[in-house]
Design a protein around this ligand. Structure first.
Ligand SMILES: Cc1ncc(COP(=O)(O)O)c(C=O)c1O
Length: 429
């Protein structure tokens, strides 16, 4: 089938009339190369089909949620069985207790779980719980780390319509910098409710960085010394590095952890997990939502957690990521490109060296699309347990053709105009 985007373009025109901006949020293709489809028909395993029916080996996994692969048959069977019984009722089903039990038995720092809908619900609930627990105001977060889109945490360039007061008690430190964290603690001495940390540095537009043990240990120690809570935001990386909280890999136990995206394999649910000593504060706050207690995503979550516990899903997604990483490195060298691949192989961030305005990355990802593989030019990506060796081989065929196409017209490439404002922001930072 010849790649085409006519139907997508027609949908975008219709969307412009009835949806502000045609699309909003992190899935808007506004900053992406113009070839990127905005609308999709379906997904299965690690493949997605866009509105025009073009098929891709996908490396975004819906920005994380597809951990086992789109439409995992066992997860969807569990969801369908619950759907027959009921979803949003007057209260939760037995599945809520079962899901909390499954989570608590899997995640070593956790003694309790509360469920909500999106990742931002979980991080906001962590913030409120920490303030309730400590009676203090200040949240320390790493500069440029993403914790969601509520006014208290929405990234500064996208904060229109929010007030500086919304972030008045949020202060920032440098990720992986124990001294910077200690300084921030000191600057707000006596008023720090929580330190937020992502499992590793996965900021958009940047190379990813593994957590430094000294920094992570300092975060734990400073929280212990001051009574502030340590919150690990595992919403993006959860269960892609460990069958436990990601910082368990360093032997660091947070007081609270935030989960979303993947633990029901695409079904809408997120969670806040906590240690025993924070239970009373969590009990004391008022948090809720019309769909927070829906039973179908909880049934999907129970089956996903079962597969996380009982299968080799993690080893499969790690080895698929490694095969992709090695294949891309070989191809890049052959075609004369220097590639920077950072982060865990199963959550890769890929940039071209000497590509400060992303012109090569944009051209390469656009070519990958046309040859049947969906890569992102500036956001970290995700593998799923459904990426088989054959899928990686198919994707590497696409990337090889993309490298060749970009190599041929490398000297004629221009930066995409839509990236300009981002480049200005990065230059200022
Ligand atoms: C680390 C992290 N925290 C919080 C969120 C917010 O999650 P959601 O978009 O589901 O509200 C995200 C989303 O990408 C995230 O990556």
């Amino acid at each position: 089938m010849v790649w085409s985007n006519q139907r997508n373009k027609a949908l975008q025109e219709r969307a412009q009339r009835v949806i502000p901006g045609g699309m909003y949020g992190h899935m808007s293709t506004g900053l992406l190369p113009q070839e990127f489809p905005q609308f999709f028909q379906r997904g299965k395993g690690c493949r997605i089909w866009d509105a025009d029916g073009n098929e891709y080996v996908d490396f975004m996994c819906a920005y994380g949620p597809s951990l086992l692969g789109y439409n995992d048959p066992q997860v969807d069977a569990a969801a369908a069985a619950q759907q027959k019984l009921g979803d949003a009722l007057n209260g939760p089903g037995e599945v809520m207790v079962e899901l909390a039990e499954a989570f608590v038995s899997l995640v070593s720092h956790a003694d309790w779980a509360m469920f909500c809908k999106n990742g931002t619900d979980a991080t906001t609930m962590a913030m409120v719980t920490a303030r309730a627990h400590t009676g203090r105001r200040v949240i320390l977060a790493a500069k440029d780390a993403y914790h969601g889109a509520d006014p208290w945490c929405v990234p500064a360039p996208r904060s229109k319509g929010t007030l500086p007061e919304d972030r008045a008690h949020v202060a920032y430190y440098e990720y992986n910098n124990a001294q910077s964290l200690a300084d921030a603690m000191k600057a707000h001495a006596g008023d720090v409710a929580a330190v937020f940390a992502v499992p590793f540095r996965h900021d958009v537009f940047r190379d990813q960085e593994a957590p430094d043990l000294e920094y992570a240990a300092a975060a734990r120690r400073l929280c212990d010394e001051t009574g502030a809570l340590l919150v690990v935001d595992d919403i993006r990386a959860g269960f892609r590095q460990a069958r436990d909280c990601s910082w368990s890999l360093m032997g660091i136990e947070p007081d609270l952890s935030c989960w979303g995206k993947c633990f029901a394999n695409g079904h809408p649910i997120s969670a806040l997990l906590g240690a025993e000593h924070v239970r009373e504060a969590a009990r004391s706050i008022f948090v809720t939502g019309s769909f927070w207690f829906s039973a179908v995503p909880m049934a999907a979550g129970i089956e996903t957690l079962r597969q996380i516990r009982d299968t080799d899903y993690l080893e499969r997604l790690q080895s698929a990521g490694q095969a992709l990483r090695e294949g891309l490195a070989r191809q890049a060298a052959t075609h004369g490109f220097a590639l920077r691949q950072s982060g865990p192989a199963q959550m890769p961030q890929i940039f071209f060296d000497e590509d400060p305005d992303f012109r090569i990355g944009y051209a390469w990802t656009a070519e990958c699309l046309k040859h049947g593989a969906y890569f992102h030019p500036y956001h970290n990506m995700f593998l799923s347990a459904a990426h088989t060796p054959a899928d990686i081989a198919r994707a590497l065929e696409a990337t090889d053709q993309a490298f060749e196409a970009v190599r041929r017209r490398r000297d004629a490439l221009q930066p995409a105009p839509q990236i300009r404002p981002v480049l200005d922001l990065l230059a200022r930072a």
